[in-house]
Design a protein around this ligand. Sequence first.
Ligand code: ZN
Length: 128
Amino acid sequence: MFEVTVEYTFASGHALRGYKGKCENVHGHNYKLQVTVEGERLNSIGLLMDFVELRAAIRSLAERLDHRFLNDLAPFDRINPSAENLALYFGQELEGKIAAQGLRLQAVKVWESDTTSATYRPDAAGAR
Ligand SMILES: [Zn+2]
């Protein structure tokens, strides 16, 4: 089994709806995103998945959120822009592209700070 991991950072504002505490107020984070892909077989040049390609896929999603107020952007105008839901969003958007290469998305981790993160892992059976 092989894994490749790419990290990407972006900065966004958000406010958690229904949260009783400081995080219900508008504030920002320097988010760090960590995406890990896994699979059994390497390609003919010894790669599981090209870092450049994975980074480009992440960037195309994250650029839409960078320096924006998440609560105004789909799907976070409907679902809370929590670290958990951000991880779910990136995971669901990336899964198809990764599966098309015969690989699996192992985890998406979203760091809101140096010490706090949330992780999304697709169900092992792929059922959701
Ligand atoms: Zn926050």
